[in-house]
Design a binder for this molecule. Structure first.
Ligand code: NAD
Ligand code: DAU
Length: 380
């Protein structure tokens, strides 16, 4: 029987992956292992929590004994590892927590899987350890192309640009060059995963994905934070000049890629996953403002004056852009949603699920928000 531990399943991307696997594979056993940090929320999984092929285990991935015992008890054949501290701003304030969870936690998962699988007669046969990583490990790209072509490149144009200017994107072969404590911790965890393949023969896969957006994202990240602030007519803190570029992918497309790669990806390979969808922050923020205004029945653009330029993020990476042509060519994956459709769906979801947002943004969140933004004076 296929029995898969998905770590971090109560978080943003993890909850979409758990939902997809539980619904699509009733014959599998899906075990969601999550510590329920501030970012973990079982309300993200209400619709599947009673399914017979699903089990939730509240545990810390750093707790080796518990993870090892769970692998034995559930006869685990696969691991999809998403649990992590994921927010760059928090990593700047508290790097130790990132090293503990992202580096030592990943090592604990690897070591538990290694000892359990090596204890079986068939050993690694039919097993898979799939580690979910980020494009941030590659560092930052330039804004302007040497030949004068200026990103951002949005969906369709970008494929052509990729043909011509492949080196201006992150490839699977791009050298790691992390800048933030978050990306340094993710880079380190990626190296451990690959080391377990090279040293012990563990069947591992790593994927590096660009910025995800969609339902159930914690409102510390740009898009849900700004949707909620616009709704409450609170200032929108734009870091620096708002010129940084990110490559946005709808979260369900990431979950689909994870499903495909878990089942069909080649062991020991790395796959980049991206949206071919680059936006300058300030441009995406304007799209979000217009969409929220329209859906709330306000005049489109009426909330533009909430934009507040604030002190930049320390070490703020200028541009991320993924080249995911390997995944397209080898496994036939491509993003299913155009950005306009994805952002409309996303804004609508947050506005329709205000109770979910209000629940998260009460209590401790208020203090976090005040502290974080007290440190960012307006530059206007
Ligand atoms: P998230 O912060 O929304 O969720 C993280 C989850 O991990 C939470 O449920 C949390 O409770 C759990 N967790 C944290 N520490 C844990 C621990 N010690 N033990 C057990 N569980 C723990 O994160 P996300 O945005 O869904 O990201 C998931 C993964 O995908 C991360 O590994 C991240 O690096 C990677 N990733 C994220 C993005 C993105 O845009 N969000 C893009 C590429 C890659
Ligand atoms: O690229 C993948 C990464 O994307 C993931 O690995 C991370 O887990 C995820 O958090 C995300 O990192 P970013 O730092 O790019 O995401 P964030 O939503 O924090 O910020 C997006 C951009 O918006 C970034 O350039 C910083 C800027 N920003 C963000 C916030 C929260 C603002 O200008 N103001 C804000 O208040």
């Amino acid at each position: 029987m296929t029995s898969i531990i998905i770590t971090g399943g109560a978080g943003f991307i993890g909850s979409h992956v758990v939902r997809l696997f539980v619904n699509k594979y009733p014959e599998y056993r899906i075990i969601n292992v999550d510590k329920l940090t501030y970012a973990g929320n079982l309300a993200n999984l209400k619709d599947i929590e009673d399914k017979p092929n699903y089990r939730f285990v509240k545990a810390d991935i750093c707790d080796f004994d518990t993870i090892y015992a769970l692998m034995q008890e559930e006869h685990v054949t696969g691991v999809i590892h998403l649990a992590a501290e994921s927010h760059v701003d928090r990593s700047i304030k508290d790097p130790f927590t990132f090293a503990r969870t992202n580096v030592l936690g990943t090592l604990s998962m690897l070591q538990a899987a290694k000892l359990y699988w090596e204890s079986l007669p068939e050993k690694y046969e039919g097993k898979r350890f799939y580690h979910i990583s980020t494009d941030e490990v590659y560092g930052a790209l330039e804004l302007t192309h040497p030949e004068g072509v200026t990103p951002p490149f949005t969906t369709k144009a970008s494929s052509a640009h990729h043909e011509a200017y492949g080196e201006e994107f992150f490839l699977e072969t791009t050298k790691y060059n992390p800048h933030s404590p978050y990306s340094a911790s993710k880079a380190s965890s990626d190296h451990f995963v690959r080391a377990f393949h090279d040293t012990y023969g563990m069947p591992t896969i790593v994927t590096n994905c660009s910025n995800n957006y969609g339902p159930y994202q914690f409102p510390e990240k740009l898009i849900p934070l700004f949707i909620n602030n616009i709704r409450h007519r609170k200032p929108l803190p734009v870091y620096g000049k708002g010129e940084n570029v990110r490559d946005w992918l709808y979260v369900e497309d990431h979950a689909r890629a994870i499903d495909l790669i878990f089942h069909k990806g080649t062991i020991a390979e790395t796959y980049n996953i991206g949206g071919f969808n680059e936006w300058k922050n300030i441009d995406i923020i304007k799209v979000v403002i217009n969409t929220v205004d329209r859906l709330l029945g306000r005049q489109e653009g009426e909330d533009m004056d909430l934009i507040t330029y604030v002190t930049d993020r320390a070490g703020h990476d200028l541009r991320y852009a993924i080249d995911s042509r390997k995944l397209q060519a080898e496994l036939g994956w491509e993003p299913s949603l155009q950005f306009e459709e994805g952002i409309e769906k996303t804004v609508r979801w947050y506005l329709d699920n205000q109770a979910w947002m209000d629940n998260i943004t009460s209590g401790e969140y208020e203090k976090y928000y005040e502290d974080m933004y007290a440190e960012r004076p307006s530059c206007d």
